[in-house]
Structure formats: structure tokens, C-alpha cells
Unconditional design. Structure first.
Length: 202
């Protein structure tokens, strides 16, 4: 996540850069077959070797795979061909631009974009773009974001995963709402339902 513009009050400690906790990211990275792009990051918090910083301006870039990335992943099953990770700036006016871009790039390139965002359901952009997603995963518990100096702070607001899958829609023809139960404070990782069942058996 790159947050060079002013961020919501949850980031009021002085620093404007808050990254995704690594255990959380790693679980999703495994599920989606390896992210090939971190679309909003900085040199101190990027999660993928290929990332867009503030200076590179993700909103003006193509999020599709490079020819090399396509060649490397072409033989993998669809669900394992990778995706774009996006933990965007949450400031007013900027988050809406990232929603628009994520939806457009997913449709244009037929790619999966996974967004970690607050569920601002009272906004126009939420209903204009988020409700066109293939899936929205509601996270129970607060994500602990990480500052560049390593300090972690649980967000005072809820987070969800909004997943665009390149033009696909759920079988029922509407957004799939998938609640994910994580625990009181989300600090140790993200566990899909199947993963949690396996962990309980272990």
C-alpha cells in the first residue's frame, strides 16, 4: 500500500505509509496462485517484486501481465495464474479512483484484482464498482497494518476483500458475499474456510 496522500484517521500517527501484514498477504498469495503485481506500494512496503510507487502512478499504468509473466504462467490452471494485489490509499477522492481502475483493468485484461479496502457502502463508487465485483469477503476482526518502521496498528474500521475476476460473475449473477471469520484482532494471518478446517484437524 502506498499512502502518500492524506489517509483516513486510522493513520493519524504521523506516518502516511501503512503496508499489508505479511502473514495476511501470504495466505492470499497462496490462494490466488502468486500475485504478479502490487499495484499500490512503496520501496519500504511492497509485497511483490513488480510494484507501482507514487512516482510511477498506478492509475496511469497498465496492470496486465508482461509478456514474460504470461509465458511463465501460461501453462498454469486459471485459478493459479496469479493476480494483482491492491491495498490502495484510503483517502477521500483517491480510493474511488482505484476502485474504477481496478474494475477497468480487470475487464480489459481478463485478470483478477484483489483489493483490501474499507466497506464504504454509503458511497457512490462502492455501488458503481464494488457491486460489480465477483466476490466480496467480509473480514471479522481488524487488520493490523504495518508502518515502514515495523510498528503495527489495528485499524479502527472494518476491512473487506473486493475481488474482480476479469469479467466473470457468480453463478447466481450477483456478487458473492463470503464472510471470513478471523478472530478478535487480525494479526496472525488470513485463513480461508477450508484452511481453517484443516488447521482445526491438525
Amino acid at each position: 500500500m502506498v499512502a502518500d496522500r492524506k489517509i483516513s484517521p486510522r493513520h493519524s500517527s504521523g506516518s502516511e505509509e501503512w503496508g499489508t501484514p505479511l502473514p495476511f498477504f501470504e495466505e492470499l498469495d497462496l490462494e490466488f496462485g502468486g500475485f504478479y503485481l502490487d499495484a499500490a506500494a512503496s520501496s519500504t512496503n511492497y509485497k511483490v517484486d513488480r510494484y507501482f510507487s507514487k512516482e510511477q502512478d498506478a492509475l496511469s499504468q497498465s496492470w496486465g501481465m508482461t509478456p514474460k509473466e504470461k509465458a511463465e504462467r501460461s501453462s498454469a490452471p486459471g485459478a493459479k495464474r496469479g493476480a494483482v494485489w491492491l491495498n490502495p490509499p484510503y483517502s477521500r477522492g483517491v480510493l474511488s479512483e482505484f476502485f474504477k481502475k481496478a474494475h477497468e483493468e480487470s475487464e480489459k485484461h481478463g485478470i483478477t484484482v484483489v483489493m483490501l479496502v474499507p466497506p464504504r457502502t454509503s458511497t457512490k463508487y462502492w455501488h458503481r464498482y464494488a457491486m460489480k465485483a465477483h466476490e466480496i469477503r467480509a473480514i471479522f476482526g481488524r487488520v493490523s497494518f504495518v508502518r515502514s518502521d515495523g510498528y503495527q496498528n489495528a485499524a479502527p474500521a472494518d476491512s473487506v476483500l473486493v475481488i474482480f475476476r476479469g469479467g466473470e460473475v457468480s453463478e447466481a449473477g450477483y456478487v458473492l458475499f463470503n464472510p471470513i471469520i478471523l478472530g478478535p484482532i487480525m494479526t496472525q494471518g488470513y485463513y480461508p474456510p477450508e484452511s481453517r478446517r484443516e488447521r482445526r484437524k491438525a
